[in-house]
Design a protein around this ligand. Structure first.
Ligand code: BES
Ligand code: ZN
Ligand code: ZN
Length: 508
């Protein structure tokens, strides 16, 4: 520890089972020696999960405060609970204006997770809980304080050092990617405009060596994107289609496509939202933000896979040119759509993006969208609803979501939902089921399914979990949900690819 100076937060994980061992922990012993036996005996240190006990060393040492992080029972502590508990401690350290933190990794390790995984979880939880949207306040309290530094302690074992360093770095990259998505969601639509959104994409592409092409409204028109552009018709700000490519394989073939709803602001159009319903609609680009967060993570980690990101960017506002209920529009696929509600705009932007991705050769499609209030009613504020036309693909994605500890739930599409979408008397389909709000999330899935066709497709409705009232891990506002799950999906693909390569070598 001699190379550390002025540490104002040293974090030690305390499982119920390990409390008695605390006095012999080498660092604790150095600073507290006999006192610690007394503290443990008097139960002054809480082992309850999501609690923290802060003990000062009275500023006479290089470590100024210990944060004992309650983790509950070792057997019951899930990866998510570990992240939440650590987040509570990080928040406490923020309240005490701690700037230099060190984490004792070994004390957090538990059954069912490797030390590397634990390091990943702590790295991710640190970035997520320390996140602040700096916002636009001009008063002192909103000014960003000097940045944190965080390091880890694993004793002198060099093998552990390397493992923990890798895991911790990976976790911080995951957390940072999610945080970037959050910032986009938190920005109001007069700051995050179609243009600034596109500029952000360009900067991202430059930073991580992604190919980027941005199609103008005119170019989208030439490609026949009648559904996407119908949404943009009432806006004096032209829509743009952002296409990013990450190439991790030698050849550009079989990319997986991530398609993100990127509605800069959703007024509902002529099917106007209520004042209360419209408030927060700056977050209607949460799907696009998740895709961009994932691309950042992928760009940093360089997995062996090809990824195509497609983001149809527009607002949904009105002027005298705006599309109206009863209009019939022609999508890029050639299918005609009768507009029954201009507030069901997300699926119109996505259906053309799906067709575009297929034309670009995508062999798997995942769309992410703040699509329906109905899904939020069905699953609540923390669960992402998933729909698919391919159960094997869904099972693979579920593994990724599990690795990311993001909550997902499979929702169905039945014949009745397809029938209601295909019930138009004058066009191939309607954009919302008529006279029936029930199961609206499923009808939206049935609509998109028509465009995915036979290509394996997953739809992720994040209307609920895209924002939060705030927890220790996720401060109030945008959550950046699904950025990590999408990234994990690609990382798992890459791992499968690498082990395939190894098998081929073995077989030769
Ligand atoms: N952007 C909304 C969905 C939404 C609602 C997201 C609340 C986040 C929070 C979407 O464009 C929409 O308005 N959907 C309609 C669909 C309806 C017209 C079939 C809805 O959910 O009411
Ligand atoms: Zn809408
Ligand atoms: Zn919307």
């Amino acid at each position: 520890m001699h190379f550390y100076q002025n540490i104002d937060g040293f974090f030690i994980g305390v499982y119920q089972e390990d409390l008695q061992k605390l006095p012999v922990h080498p660092i604790v012993k150095k600073y507290f020696s006999a006192a610690m036996h007394d503290y443990v005996q008097k139960k002054m240190i809480s082992t309850k999960e999501k609690t923290v006990t802060v003990l000062p060393t009275l500023h006479v040492q290089e470590i100024q405060y210990f944060y004992f992080v309650g983790l509950g029972s070792k057997k019951k502590c899930t990866r998510e609970l570990l992240k939440e508990s650590f987040a509570v401690a990080v928040k406490a350290s923020q309240a005490y204006q701690a700037r230099q933190l060190v984490v004792d990794m070994q004390s957090f390790s538990k059954h069912g997770a490797t030390l590397e995984e634990t390091a990943t979880d702590l790295g991710e939880a640190f970035e997520r809980s320390a996140y602040r949207f700096s916002g636009y306040q001009t008063t002192e309290k909103s000014q960003i304080k000097s940045p944190y530094t965080i390091d880890f302690y694993v004793g002198t074992d060099s093998l552990n050092q390397a493992t923990v360093r890798t895991g911790f770095r990976f976790g911080r990259i995951l957390g940072n990617g999610q945080n970037s998505a959050r910032t986009l969601v938190n920005m109001p639509s007069n700051y995050l405009t179609v243009d600034t959104f596109c500029q952000y994409c360009k900067d991202l592409a430059k930073a991580y060596d992604l190919r980027i092409q941005i199609y103008s409204r005119t170019e989208c028109e030439e490609m026949g994107m009648g559904a996407f552009l119908a949404v943009n018709q009432g806006s004096s700000i032209p829509a743009q289609l952002v296409v990013l490519e990450y190439q991790g394989l030698d050849e550009w073939k079989n990319p997986i496509a991530f398609i993100g709803k990127s509605v800069i602001f959703d007024t509902g159009g002529y099917s106007l939202k209520s004042s209360a319903g419209m408030l927060s609609m700056k977050t209607d680009m949460g799907g696009g933000a998740a895709v961009l967060g994932a691309m950042e993570i992928i760009g940093k980690l360089k997995p062996k896979a090809n990824v195509l990101a497609v983001l149809p960017v527009t607002d949904n506002v009105v002027n005298s040119y705006a599309y109206k209920p009863d209009d019939v529009i022609t999508s890029m696929s050639g299918k005609t759509i009768e507009i029954t509600n201009t507030d069901a705009e997300g699926r119109l932007t996505l259906c053309d993006a799906i067709t575009f991705a297929k034309k670009q050769g995508a062999t798997e499609l995942i769309d992410v969208a703040t699509l329906t209030g109905a899904m939020m009613i069905a699953l609540g504020k923390t669960v992402t609803g998933m729909m698919t036309n391919n159960l094997a693909f869904l099972a693979r994605f579920q593994k990724a979501a599990e690795s990311a500890t993001e909550c997902v739930w499979h929702m169905p599409i039945f014949e009745e939902h397809r029938n209601s979408i295909l019930s138009s008397k004058i066009a191939d389909m309607v954009n919302t089921q008529l006279g029936n709000r029930y199961g609206g999330g499923l009808a939206a899935g049935a609509f998109l399914e028509q465009f995915a066709g036979d290509t394996p497709w997953i739809h992720l409705d994040i209307a609920g979990p895209s924002t939060t009232k705030g927890t220790a891990l996720d401060p109030a506002g945008g959550t950046g949900v699904m950025a990590r799950s999408l990234a994990y999906y690609v990382l798992l693909l890459s791992q499968a690819q690498s082990s395939d390569e190894k098998n081929i070598v073995k077989a030769q």
